[in-house]
Design a protein around this ligand. Sequence first.
Ligand code: HSE
Length: 436
Amino acid sequence: MEAVKVGLLGLGTVGGGTATVLLRNAAEIQARVGRAIEVSHVAGLGIAEQTIVDPAKVKLTEDAFEVVNDPEVQIVVELIGGYTLAKDLVMKAIDNGKHVVTANKALIATHGTEIMQAATAKGVTVSYEAAVAGGIPIIKAMREGLAGNQIQWLAGIINGTGNFILTEMRDKGRDFGDVLKEAQELGYAEADPTFDVEGIDAAHKLTILASLAFGIELQFEKTYTEGISKITTEDVNYAGELGYRIKHLGIARKTAKGIELRVHPTLIPEKRLLANVDGVMNAVLVYGDAVGPTLYYGAGAGAEPTASAVVADIIDTVRSIDVPADQKVPLLGFRSDSMRDTPVLAIDDAQTSYYLRMSAEDKPGVLAEVSEVFASHKISLEAVLQKEPIEGVNLVNLILLSQQVREANMNAAIKEVEALAAIQGDVVRIRMEHLG
Ligand code: HSE
């Protein structure tokens, strides 16, 4: 059987990793697939300088459209990133009848509906395993391994940079900015690191997971996104004293009213496995009605871990190349004519518990006043912690843990607490999940 020809767009960290893995493991892959997979074309800026593929065997170009338009290429692997050029290339590849593999979470989360529709109409596949949680085969697990379940909720640490920052702050008391700089130097962070720390990257990934879990359209614009840049070592330490760790979670949950879709810093009990996922590692906890909780853990970024997912997609594409399009695994897990219109809820309608910290005057009756506000909003408190007075001022840090409450209720209560004369400044609020 003839080799399948693959065109790589981009030979950066992930592109380089993909070419390396395909070359190094060529025999292993051929033994699994039954035919050779050959990198026939590579496009990239400054491609003449590259040292990964053999220029005598591979067509090199600076113009990615040359690859996309070459009739020899059967599978286009888009590893350029970004929305604009990447989208044009992917749409052109589909139009030319080529199968596509991409690691581009931003592209799938924001233009996925249009891309999937075009691919379905043309009868080609678009695969995106590497777009979520790097090397963890979470797309395959959700689309195929858990296909017999009604997914009830999922929660994931799906940004390695953010997790690395929070881990270093907790373990070494390091400063936010200092750790971010290191994550950039190590090559984990996005080109624009605000995507990592403000939760945009995680929201891209959560958008994709929620579509696979619940059979809904990709709706990045409806995903609530809150970053970790305001998390202080003080809160990390108080959370620790109370038996919790702060993680930057992406959470998708089906409720009677609709789907909660939110990315934000979250306190989780330290005994949970997810609380112990540290450094740049990623993990996704998925709860299915039949299987119960399942946990997927691994490297969420880096050249070869991400290449592992890209290569798995290429292999899957080759294995199913002759399968009629309507008999393949649907691109988003559900058949395109069976997608649901379950609404995504506004953050005001989310139900969760809260960690609250406030600076209160150190005098009798303040705690009673604060408790009364929460009671008047029917919010039950689970724990109250009063810390030693802050040096030089007559203030103490008051920490409260609430039970589950609708976000809008909590916001109203916080507003009233902040208006109390004995409370100084804003109340710090971090959501909590028990994941049980
Ligand atoms: N910047 C991302 C992260 C890379 O830190 O997880 C993988 O998507």
